[in-house]
Design a protein around this ligand. Structure first.
Ligand code: CMP
Length: 137
C-alpha cells in the first residue's frame, strides 16, 4: 500500500550541500519526493516539532541545533514509505548505522545525523501536517 512519510534534511547536511545526494538515495530506495520546503525553524517551532522529547537531556541542544540553519522538509511517498525511509536513513547514531545508509555516510553525530524520518504512519500524518498543513499535494 502506498504511504507517505516526512523526511527532514537537517541543518549540517543542508549546509554541506547534501540535499540532492540525500534525495537521490531516497529515490533509489523507491521513494518519490512529492513536496519539498526549505525553511529555517524558529526555536519555538523546533520545540513544538520535537515535543515528544521534551523531558530528554538532549532536548534543548536538539532544539538549538534544529533552529541553527536551513532545513529541507520533504514528503516522501511509496510502498511502506515509513519503513523504507527508516531503512535508507540507518540507525540514529551514525557510528552505529549500517554501511551505505544515509546517516552512516553523511551524519556527523547523534544530533547532527543528516536526516530525520517519521517513526510510524501516525507520526508521519502529524509531522506532514506540521510542515505542510493545507498546502500538501
Ligand atoms: P531524530 O530522528 O531527528 O529524532 C530525535 C533526535 O534527537 C534524533 O534524531 C537525534 O538527532 C537527537 N538526539 C540527540 N541525542 C540523542 C540521544 N542520546 N538519543 C536519541 N536521539 C538523540
Amino acid at each position: 500500500m502506498k504511504e507517505r512519510t516526512l523526511s527532514i534534511v537537517k541543518p549540517e547536511a543542508v549546509r554541506k550541500g547534501l540535499t540532492e545526494p540525500i534525495g537521490e538515495r531516497l529515490k533509489a530506495a523507491g521513494l518519490e519526493i512529492v513536496a519539498r520546503k526549505k525553511m529555517t525553524l524558529t526555536e519555538a517551532q523546533a520545540r513544538r516539532f520535537y515535543d515528544i522529547h521534551r523531558e530528554q537531556p538532549f532536548f534543548e541542544s536538539l532544539v538549538l541545533y534544529m533552529a541553527s540553519g536551513e532545513i529541507v522538509a520533504q514528503i516522501l511517498e511509496g510502498e511502506n514509505a515509513v519503513k523504507r525511509n527508516r531503512e535508507a536513513m540507518g540507525a540514529t547514531d551514525p557510528a552505529k548505522a549500517s554501511a551505505g545508509t544515509i546517516r552512516a555516510d553523511y551524519g556527523e553525530s547523534v544530533e547532527a545525523n543528516a536526516v530525520h524520518g517519521s517513526d510510524s504512519a501516525e507520526t508521519a500524518r502529524q509531522e506532514i501536517a506540521f510542515f505542510f498543513g493545507a498546502d500538501k499535494p
